[in-house]
Design a protein around this ligand. Structure first.
Ligand SMILES: Cc1cc2nc3c(=O)[nH]c(=O)nc-3n(C[C@H](O)[C@H](O)[C@H](O)COP(=O)(O)O)c2cc1C
Length: 322
């Protein structure tokens, strides 16, 4: 009888449906835990022809402040062993430019947009948060308090627990959107900063931003970046980022979005086992724009292989020695 013939393809499809990859970041629900890292994915539209954006957990855009920013002089990226140093300087169109130029495209996506924001004062952060609150349809705001490549703002807020609390609290007052605080790795211990962000009302943490770094051309004896120093990202930072996620996860109850050198599902699973609820693919987008989609598939395969129905079962599941 026809109905008794087993169809391995449809069984596989059923299995895939039974695997729950969805995660919750504050009030934001993501269909899977894989997103992209701010500044490595433009404003989404640049990647639209290279992959199906609606497959992602969320799209995260380049940092936006109130007014347009030109960024740093070139050269502002340099490749190093297993990594990239950049000093873009948070170039961007400002709130109005972003809304005019990029929001019509982003709001049409089926997946949420997370807007990375920054300012040079606490008030500016809050004002940008207020403006995006009023826009309607934004998935979440990511507070960049950790950019190493600008003179004012950025890392100064992420490496001072008092200022960090002030920024998060001011944004908390300005919006009901989920707030994700993007942490600086440039601290002796991340725990007090993670706790400060949580206590001030952050719904989640993004761990981590880039590591301050420098490269020199030995022939000219000049720094390879016009800005002299920049932020190191890519596979070379992964083990340090994993440790930071693990430490932050022990310090807070809010979810963590882990990032730093993710190239494949195994890398992402390491972050998840260390305590990340979701992950972001960054530098890898520059050489393989489909990386995030491969990561989603790979996580699903891992779950099916290990008979895990819900991705949340893996979060923080690292087995420590007794
Ligand atoms: C070219 C470039 C631009 C970046 N711009 C931003 C930014 O605007 N805001 C931000 O919070 N992080 C920014 N980042 C940091 C990334 O979002 C991410 O935290 C970091 O690259 C680590 O992930 P990865 O090693 O997978 O790239 C940028 C990184 C790169 C490489």
């Amino acid at each position: 009888m026809k109905s008794e013939i087993r169809n391995p393809m449809s069984e596989a499809a059923n299995d895939a449906r039974a695997t729950d990859l969805s995660v919750q970041i504050g009030s934001l629900r993501m269909q899977n835990p894989v997103t992209v890292a701010s500044g490595t994915f433009g404003y989404g539209v640049e990647y639209a022809e290279l992959l199906d954006l609606n497959q992602l957990g969320a799209v995260v855009v380049k940092g936006i402040r109130l007014t347009p920013v030109r960024g740093n002089p070139t050269p502002r990226t340099v490749e190093v062993a297993s990594g990239l140093i950049n000093a873009i300087g948070l170039q961007g169109p400002g709130v109005d430019g972003f809304i005019q130029k990029y929001w019509p495209f982003l709001k049409g996506l089926k997946v949420p947009t997370i807007i990375n924001i920054w300012g040079t004062t606490v008030e500016e952060y809050a004002e940008v948060a207020r403006r995006f609150d009023g826009l309607g349809g934004v998935g979440a705001l990511e507070l960049n308090v950790s950019c190493p490549n600008i003179k004012e703002g950025g890392a100064q807020f992420g490496t001072d627990a008092r200022l960090l609390s002030q920024v998060v609290a001011a944004c908390r007052k300005a919006t009901r959107l989920p707030l994700i605080t993007k942490m600086s790795p440039n601290v002796v211990s991340i725990a007090p900063y993670a706790k400060a962000a949580e206590d001030a009302g952050s719904d989640a943490l993004a761990v981590t931003n880039s590591y301050p770094a420098m490269a020199i051309d030995i022939e000219t004896r000049r720094p390879k970046l016009a800005n002299v120093t920049g932020g190191l990202t890519g596979p070379c930072i992964k083990p340090i980022a994993i440790k930071l996620v693990w430490e932050a996860a022990k310090a807070v109850k809010i979810p963590i979005i882990g990032m730093g050198g993710i190239q494949n599902a195994a890398d992402a699973l390491e972050f998840i086992m260390a305590g990340a609820t979701a992950v972001a693919v960054g530098t890898a987008n520059f050489y393989e724009p489909q990386t995030a989609l491969h990561v989603i598939e790979g996580i699903r395969d891992f779950m099916q292989r290990k008979d895990i129905r819900d991705v949340r079962e893996i979060v923080g599941s690292v087995q420590l020695p007794k």
